[in-house]
Structures are given as structure tokens and as C-alpha cells.
Design a protein around this ligand. Structure first.
Ligand SMILES: [Zn+2]
Length: 85
């Protein structure tokens, strides 16, 4: 892997940074890495829309706002997807 090529970002990292992404708290570089990832990852896009909905409903966003069902559901989606690759 070339040093000039940004390391591809993993779904797990995207999920961890999405809160900051929505809040505009990320560096421009991380912001772009996430946007690039979202452009071709339907799973993270779905997760992002779920976070946006939570943000709209509660006015704030912490990972604890995600219901256990939601966290489990997304955990399985990501696991299944990664197994396919
Ligand atoms: Zn992803």
C-alpha cells in the first residue's frame, strides 16, 4: 500500500466517527474519508440515516441513544457483510 494512498476506512471506524461527523466535529480529512466510504457503503449509509433520525427525535446524539435492538441489528449486518468478502 502506498504511503500516498489514505488507508481505507473500515465500517467499524466509520460507525465510531459518525456521531462526530453529524456534529461537524471531525477534521476535514476524516470528514472526507467518511463521505468517501459512505458513497459506496450502503450499510453505513443506512446506519447514518438511523443516527440522523435519532438526532432529529432527541435533539442530541450519544451512542447510548441507540436501542440495544438497533445496535444488535447493525452489528449483525456488518458481521454478515464482512463474512461475504
Ligand atoms: Zn461501511
Amino acid at each position: 500500500m502506498s504511503l500516498l494512498t489514505p488507508r481505507p476506512i473500515a465500517c467499524r471506524e466509520v460507525v465510531e466517527m459518525l456521531t462526530g461527523y453529524l456534529e461537524g466535529a471531525l477534521s476535514r480529512r476524516d470528514h472526507r474519508r467518511i463521505e468517501h466510504h459512505l458513497a459506496h457503503c450502503p450499510h453505513c449509509t443506512a446506519y447514518l440515516s438511523q443516527l440522523r433520525e435519532t438526532l432529529r427525535l432527541t435533539g442530541s446524539l450519544v451512542s447510548e441513544d441507540l436501542s440495544p435492538e438497533m445496535q444488535r441489528e447493525f452489528g449483525e449486518i456488518y458481521r454478515r457483510w464482512q463474512d461475504d468478502r
